[in-house]
Design a protein around this ligand. Structure first.
Ligand code: WT7
Length: 695
């Protein structure tokens, strides 16, 4: 069999569980009300009513579909793909793949030769199916009361106008467009307009600094940059256009002049008179886009043509341009969305992620719209004007599916239940979590307090690279265990390997790899296929290496345990230690820096930086602040170190390699676990570091 036999066995044994769970759903109350007797009992069952109405309502049904998906991927995925509109069908093969570097170049292709358009499927198809009057987007502004909405028919018109404008200014199929926008409706509109004409969008999260934005612009050389003048987040206005201005100056210096900066006037945050302007380069969106026709022919693209680039952090200082293609990504995001959230046409769906990250690409824009869903897009901050804002929004729009990150759950949990219970939340039926492992206590609070102990939680494990969910509950299918992402999605074959790359079976922990390709997989790192192979396919030949540690329990449930590489996960944002280090050492008074992740109560992980100063420079509070500022300026506020630890020296091996293992122990104050320090070039640095930790 193609499948990881181990997983199949586990799933098979699961089918011995009572299905539908009606007769055991009372366990919920018992289990959740009391301390847990053992892990065996630590399960939360979907209610009988939920399971009965679910798309997948029993372990047996999952098992059948899963088995088919791995034994006959071509048949399984082509049946699903047939529900989309294809201008032309794929060639005889549904997919081809080489995942094994030892056998040649790594290459995945799905639906090759087929022609389609994801914008057409996400927007036009819904209008043509008679749902033009259905709300596609509810937009909720930063200020309560500032809101708007677009039906599918209206969305189509807006997308077409921008697509026509982009064509008018010379953007063609295959050209890159950089988008630096906050969560306005214009953000998904812009993504869809690019997709419509076959342009490759690269959204840069509008919390990244000018330097980070410039770095991305220099890498992908866009014809146009699309932004807005400013945005209000909470009570603060952020002048995005000024950040873009600096980035564009920087990119000119690097030989990448961008001729056009299309700027949306976000009136609630800033008037156009107050916006700095570069004549000849800058154009107001409102002055040009509405003049273009509301119909625009679709550019049919090959399923394997690029759809977007999204930069993400790796273990070197240079961000990686993750490239996704049109066809497989379309099929995969739509299908994962539908099953993992048990989507029904009557649902109102809200994902709190920003479109600047992959979650916003796959599960604010594409996945939901491909299903004809009504999506809430929220511009503001979840604690403004107070910590009840999310539940206010849930009640206002009657949100049924609420998808968020553990860091938000933990921060709201700390504010107390009163902010939650003040609101009804009775529309909710499915909750979702993403970005990092969710700790069981946050899981329980989310389940019991937010969801009133009736809404299953889909804890979705996936990555920028995977395009869509890889390991995720199907909420009506089986009992959940708080903190476990449960089982693989259809077609996904996870394996756990040891240091040497041998698959380990049964109850175990190790490195999480994936055995075969799946439609939503990224196809390359933009301009660097070698780095793609080296990072993801060489560590364990024959597999895609995720960078995550993972364990599997005796029931076959997967438990993600966090990154095993030099990547830190801060509030679900991926930050490379090397990026922070290179920002720190660019400070003239910093000689050397080493960054590690430490546990953080709210953010999951915090950034802990050991800094060695240039000879003779004294430690000072002012210097500490300026070091933090340089990271904010070079990467973005979300990457600011939580702690600067002065380091007269760093623990290094005789060959000069920094021993991060020791630094991690010092940072987390596990001094009795420092291990062997005798191989260090200078073992005394460890004592010096311990002495300086509270300095
Ligand atoms: C890394 C990917 C794709 C979602 C947003 C983050 C961690 C993500 C979970 C989860 C445990 C998770 C992993 C992964 N992660 N979701 N449900 N449980 N860990 O995307 O920036 O590409 O980061 O986020 O460590 O490798 P990303």
């Amino acid at each position: 069999s193609l499948a990881s036999s181990d997983h199949l066995r586990h799933v098979e044994s699961m089918t011995q569980l009572p299905s539908g769970a009606g007769q055991i759903s009372h366990l919920n109350a018992v289990i959740l009300g009391e301390p847990l007797a053992s892990e065996e009992n630590d399960r939360v069952f979907p209610s009988h009513d939920f399971s009965r109405q679910a798309l997948v309502s029993s372990p047996e049904q999952y098992w059948k579909m899963y088995k088919r998906s791995v034994e006959d991927p071509a048949g399984f995925w082509s049946e699903i793909a047939s529900q989309f509109y294809w201008r032309e069908k794929w060639y005889p093969e549904v997919y081809s793949e080489n995942i094994d570097v030892s056998k040649g170049t790594v290459k995945f292709e799905w639906f090759k030769g087929a022609r389609t358009n994801i914008c057409y499927n996400a927007v036009d198809q819904n209008v043509e199916a008679g749902n033009g009057g259905k709300v596609a987007i509810y937009w909720e502004g930063n200020e309560p009361g500032d809101d708007g909405q677009l039906t599918y028919a209206e969305l189509l018109e807006k997308v077409c106008q921008l697509a026509n404008y982009l064509k008018h200014v010379g953007v063609q199929k295959g050209d890159a467009v950089v988008i630096y926008l906050p969560m306005l409706m214009e953000l998904p509109i812009t993504m869809l307009a690019c997709a419509r004409i076959g342009a490759v969008h690269s959204v840069v999260f509008a919390g990244f600094s000018a330097e980070s934005l410039a770095q991305r612009i220099i890498d992908c050389k866009p014809k146009v940059v699309i932004t807005c003048n400013a945005v209000k987040r909470g009570s603060k206005a952020i002048h995005l256009k000024e950040i873009v201005d600096s980035a564009l100056i920087e990119s000119v210096k690097n030989g990448v002049p961008v001729g056009l900066c299309l700027t949306f006037e976000n009136q609630s945050a800033m008037k156009r008179e107050d916006t700095k302007w570069t004549e000849g380069r800058d154009v107001w969106w409102q002055d040009v886009v509405p003049q273009f026709p509301t119909k625009c022919a679709v550019e049919w693209v090959d399923a394997e043509d690029p759809l977007f680039l999204l930069y993400t952090s790796g273990s070197t200082g240079k961000p990686k341009g993750v490239l996704h293609t049109a066809g497989g990504y379309m099929v995969y995001t739509a299908t994962t969305f539908k099953y993992a959230f048990d989507y029904k046409p009557s649902d109102i769906y809200w994902c709190t992620a920003d479109c600047g990250w992959i979650t916003g690409h796959s599960y604010v824009t594409y996945g939901p719209l491909l299903n004809g869903a009504t999506v809430v897009v929220f511009e503001g901050a979840p604690n403004y004007p107070d910590s009840g804002r999310c539940w206010d929004i849930v009640d206002k729009y009657k949100v049924t599916i609420f998808y968020t990150a553990p860091t938000l759950v933990r921060s709201l949990m700390r504010e107390g239940n009163e902010y939650v219970t003040r609101y009804s939340r009775k529309s909710l039926r499915v909750l979702g979590s993403v970005g990092e492992p969710i700790n069981p206590s946050a899981w329980r609070w989310f389940y019991n307090v937010v969801g009133d102990s009736r809404c299953p939680i889909s804890d979705t494990w996936w990555q920028t690279e995977t395009g869509g969910f890889m390991i995720t509950p199907l909420p009506g299918a089986w009992p959940q265990k708080p903190g476990s992402a449960t089982f693989p999605f259809f077609g996904v074959q996870p394996v756990i390997v040891d240091e040497k790359g041998n698959e380990i079976e049964g109850e175990c922990s190790g490195y999480l790899c994936i055995k075969r390709s799946w439609p939503g997989a990224f196809r390359t790192l933009y301009g660097d296929h070698e780095r793609y192979e080296t990072t993801y396919f060489k560590p364990f030949a024959g597999y895609y290496f995720t960078g995550d540690g993972c364990s599997r329990d005796k029931d076959g449930y997967y438990w993600l345990t966090g990154r095993v590489d030099d990547v830190i996960n801060v509030s679900g944002h991926r930050i490379g230690t090397a990026e922070v280090e290179s920002a720190l050492v660019s400070h003239p008074q910093c000689a050397e820096a080493a960054v590690v992740g430490v546990e953080h109560e709210i953010k999951g992980q915090g950034i802990y930086a050991f800094v060695t100063l240039v000879e003779g420079v004294p430690y000072s509070e002012e210097l500490r602040k300026s070091l933090i500022l340089i990271v904010r300026n070079q990467i973005g506020a979300f990457a600011a170190p939580d702690k600067i630890h002065w380091a007269p020296g760093l623990p290094k091996t005789r060959s000069g390699k920094i021993m991060r293992r020791i630094l991690r122990k010092i940072a987390s104050r596990q001094l009795d676990e420092l291990g062997d320090t005798s191989t260090l070039a200078d073992p005394s640095v460890v004592d010096q570091l311990i002495e300086l930790r509270d300095c």
